[in-house]
Structures are given as structure tokens and as C-alpha cells.
Design a protein. Structure first.
Length: 269
């Protein structure tokens, strides 16, 4: 009997939610009245400079540094064109670079996220027809993305924190192809600005409060531009550019996507 990916993904999600919900319910019964109410920066007589064990898992990680996955973002780059001529405006290809970074909670209500994603490719190919070997260098790609966020903890319980995270992503990419004295440069730039609302759940109910998962949904405004530039000996320079803007919600269609895109793991030291 064949089992579809949708069935497997849904079963995994339901099992994870059921397990976490059961553990949180048992913990809540054992420590009634331990909920931490609305906690905004500067409220309640001033921020805590360090973690306070015994309250919530969130309180215990204040003043500690977390390292983890900040999300997978796409970087645009121009596609198409050839050393013999561009033939029209460039198409768009999307590169992926997982953003890895840090989170640091300044106090109970406000933190800082900083992440960096990198991609660099290169290589060569060769062919021998029995008489000679022809070698060609690969047109390598260099790309990167900088992620910055301002997580705000609006409410928390023993193992659960409700977050709103304004964020921005800046990405760039570049590729150069050369041959016969001609040079084709492909480039791209992308900017995302938005915010996510969701939760950070610490694994204190399993004895590992330093480990957390965060997930959420949100809105995002994105813009990108890609450009091709071709220079050839004794010929005019050719160039083409494509621009695009969009506004969208950041929700994925498959249930198992929450384990690869919308959910990020963090570990506090």
C-alpha cells in the first residue's frame, strides 16, 4: 500500500502537536498560576538583565546567546543571454542560501536577530576527443543574504512565548561568464521587509529548555531587480534589466513545510 507525502506530513504534524500539547497541559496543571503576563520592554519595574530560572523558559534565556537557523531565503539573479548577444531583457533565476545566525534577548520583551547566508560555486569541465583536451571554466556564482530581525515577546507561559518579529532581508548575487574576449555579467539584488507573528516553544518539558523551535505566519513586501551586461571587443555594450515588486502572506501550502521553512531551531548557550 502506497502512502502519500500529504498523509505522512499530516501525521507527523499531528503527532508533534499532540505530544507538545499534552506535555504543556501536564506542566500547566502542576504549576498553576505560573503564567507570565504581558511583558513589554520597560514594563514591570525595568528589564531583567539575566535569566531567572524557576519562572518561564523564556525568562531563563534572557542575557544568553542563541545560535540557529533563521530561515531559508531566495536570492534573485539574471538568467539568459549569451556571449554572442543578449537577445532581450533578462529572465530571473532564484538561488537559495540558508540564513544562519544568532538571537540575543536584551530583556524580557525585546531581542535582536542577525543572520547571514552564503553561496559560492565554481569548477571546470574538460573533454578529450583523442587528439586534444578542451577545458572550460564554470561561470561561478557568488551570492549572499543578510537577515535582521527585532523579536518582541508579547506574552509568555512556562514553555511558550508569543512573538511578533519585524524583519528585513537584503540579498545580492553575481556571476561572470567569459569567452573569446567577451564578458557577460549577470547580477541580482533583492530586498524583503515584513513581520511574522507566532510562537517560540522551549523544550523545558523534556528537560532541555535551551532548545527551542519558533514558527509563524506573516506578511512580506519584496522587491528585486536583475541585470545582464555584455561587453565585446569593438562592439557597443549591451545591457538589460528586469524589476519586480510583490506583497504577500508568508504561508506555505504543504503541512511538512513547517519543518523546512516556517520553523527555525535555536539553541541557547
Amino acid at each position: 500500500m502506497r502512502i502519500s507525502k500529504l498523509s505522512v506530513g499530516a501525521a507527523v504534524v499531528l503527532a508533534a502537536v499532540s505530544f507538545a500539547g499534552s506535555a504543556l497541559a501536564q506542566e500547566g496543571e502542576a504549576s498553576a498560576g505560573g503564567e507570565v503576563g504581558m511583558t513589554l520592554p520597560g514594563a514591570g519595574g525595568g528589564p531583567k538583565a539575566q535569566g531567572t530560572p524557576g519562572e518561564s523558559d523564556h525568562d531563563a534565556v534572557i542575557g544568553h546567546l542563541a545560535v540557529g537557523y533563521m530561515g531559508r531565503h531566495q536570492i534573485p539573479i539574471a538568467s539568459g543571454g549569451a556571449l554572442g548577444g543578449l537577445g532581450g531583457p533578462p529572465g530571473v533565476a532564484l538561488l537559495s542560501a540558508p540564513a544562519v545566525g544568532i538571537r540575543y534577548w536584551l530583556d524580557q520583551g525585546m531581542g535582536i536577530d542577525v543572520g547571514l547566508g552564503l553561496l559560492s560555486t565554481g569548477g571546470s569541465s574538460s573533454f578529450n576527443d583523442g587528439n586534444q583536451t578542451v577545458t572550460a571554466d564554470e561561470a561561478g556564482v557568488n551570492a549572499g543574504i543578510i537577515h535582521a530581525g527585532l523579536p518582541l515577546a508579547l506574552a509568555s507561559a512556562k514553555h511558550f512565548t508569543f512573538l511578533v518579529v519585524p524583519e528585513v532581508n537584503v540579498g545580492f548575487a553575481q556571476q561572470t561568464e567569459e569567452g573569446g574576449g567577451a564578458k557577460l555579467e549577470r547580477s541580482g539584488f533583492g530586498l524583503d521587509v515584513g513581520a511574522r507573528a507566532g510562537a517560540e516553544i522551549h523544550f523545558g518539558f523534556m528537560g532541555v529548555p535551551q532548545l527551542s523551535l519558533q514558527g509563524g505566519i506573516g506578511v512580506l513586501f519584496g522587491m528585486y531587480s536583475v541585470k545582464n551586461t555584455l561587453t565585446r571587443p569593438n562592439l557597443p555594450e549591451q545591457s538589460g534589466e528586469t524589476k519586480h515588486n510583490e506583497f504577500s502572506t508568508t504561508v506555505n501550502g504543504n503541512p511538512w513545510d513547517i519543518f523546512t521553512t516556517n520553523v527555525a531551531a535555536l539553541y541557547y548557550f
